[in-house]
Design a binder for this molecule. Structure first.
Ligand code: GUN
Length: 292
C-alpha cells in the first residue's frame, strides 16, 4: 500500500507556481491577484479562506479578503461581485460557500464573470468542462485528477466508482474521469443516496472516489484487493485529543481499508491540500488570461 501524499504534491506545485510567477514579474507582468469574499464566521469557512490567503503568499500572488457579517443583503453581495468583475487588478475571485439562507448561492455564482470564476462553479465553466473545453475546473476534482496523474495511476479502462453526486465534487469528478485523456478514459459509476447495492458496486471498483460526507462509510468489505481509494470526506468530529476539540474524519474507514489498497489518500493530508493548490493554479491561469 502506498500513501498518496497530497501535502508533498501540493507543496511541489506551489513551488512550481511561485517559479512561474517570479518569471512573470521579471518579464514585467502584473502580479496575479486573487480576492476572496467571506460572509459570516463559520469555522470551516474561516479555516479554508485563511488557508487560501496563506497559499497565495506562498505562490507569490497578491490576495484581498473582503468580509461581511451574516446580515449582509443579497444586493450588497451582488454589488461586490460586480465591482470585482470590473476591477482590472483582480484576476480571479471566489465567494466562499455556504452563504446565509437569505442569499441565493446560485444567483451569486451566476453573477461572477466566468473569466474570473476560479472556483469553476459558473454554469459556463461547468458546461465547458463537461464537453472538454478550456475552462476553470473546480478545485477539488482538479486536485483529485492531479494526484492520480502525479502518482502515474493508470485510469484507462478502470472501473471508477464515485460516491456522491454533489455539484462541487461528485458530478465534476465523474465527468473528468470518463473523458478522453489521461487521467480519464475510466468506466464511471456514480452512486448516491438512492443507489441499491452500493457495497457490491464498490467491490467491483478499481478506483473509488468517496465524496459523500459520511464519516467512515467505506468499509473493508466494500473494497477490492489492490483498489485505489481517494477520500474526499472532511467531516469534523468531536475529539478529546485535539486543542480545537474536533478532528477531520474521511469517508473511508482508513485503518481497516488501507491494508487492502494499492494507493490511498489520508485525511487530512490527501485531497484537502490539493484543493487549495488547484485554486492557485486556476488563479495563475486567470492571470495569464488564457480562458476567455
Ligand atoms: N466551500 C467549500 N468548498 C468550497 C470551494 O471550493 N469554494 C468555495 N467558494 N466555497 C467552498
Amino acid at each position: 500500500m502506498e500513501l498518496i501524499d497530497g501535502k508533498k504534491i501540493s507543496s511541489d506545485i506551489k513551488k512550481e507556481i511561485a517559479a512561474e510567477v517570479a518569471e512573470m514579474l521579471a518579464n514585467g507582468k502584473k502580479q496575479p491577484h486573487l480576492a476572496a469574499v467571506l460572509v459570516g464566521h463559520d469555522g470551516g469557512s474561516e479555516t479554508y479562506v485563511a488557508a487560501k490567503v496563506k497559499a497565495c503568499e506562498e505562490c507569490g500572488f497578491k490576495s484581498t479578503l473582503i468580509r461581511f457579517e451574516d446580515d449582509v443583503t443579497e444586493e450588497e453581495l451582488l454589488a461586490t461581485v460586480d465591482k470585482l468583475n470590473n476591477d482590472a487588478d483582480i484576476d480571479g475571485f471566489i465567494v466562499q460557500l455556504p452563504l446565509p439562507k437569505h442569499i441565493s448561492e446560485q444567483k451569486v455564482i451566476e453573477a461572477i464573470d466566468y473569466r474570473k470564476d476560479v472556483d469553476g462553479f459558473h454554469p459556463i465553466n461547468v458546461g465547458r468542462m463537461s464537453i472538454g473545453l478550456p475552462c476553470f475546473v473546480s478545485a477539488t476534482p482538479a486536485g483529485i485528477v492531479e494526484l492520480l496523474r502525479r502518482y502515474n495511476i493508470d485510469t484507462k479502462g478502470a472501473n471508477c466508482v464515485v460516491l456522491g453526486r454533489s455539484n462541487i465534487v461528485g458530478k465534476p469528478v465523474a465527468s473528468l474521469m470518463m473523458q478522453k485523456g489521461n487521467p480519464g478514459n475510466a468506466t464511471v459509476t456514480v452512486c448516491h443516496s438512492a443507489t441499491k447495492n452500493i457495497k457490491e458496486i464498490c467491490r467491483e471498483a478499481d478506483i473509488i472516489i468517496a465524496a459523500l460526507g459520511s464519516p467512515e462509510f467505506v468499509k473493508e468489505d466494500m473494497v477490492k484487493e489492490g483498489a485505489v481509494i481517494v477520500d474526499v470526506g472532511t467531516t469534523r468530529v468531536p475529539s478529546t485529543l485535539t486543542k480545537s476539540g474536533w478532528k477531520l474524519k474521511g469517508d473511508v474507514d482508513f485503518e481497516n481499508v488501507a491494508p487492502k489498497c494499492s494507493y490511498i489518500t489520508p485525511v487530512p493530508g490527501g485531497v484537502g491540500p490539493m484543493t487549495i493548490v488547484s485554486l492557485m493554479k486556476n488563479t495563475l491561469l486567470a492571470a495569464k488570461k488564457v480562458i476567455y
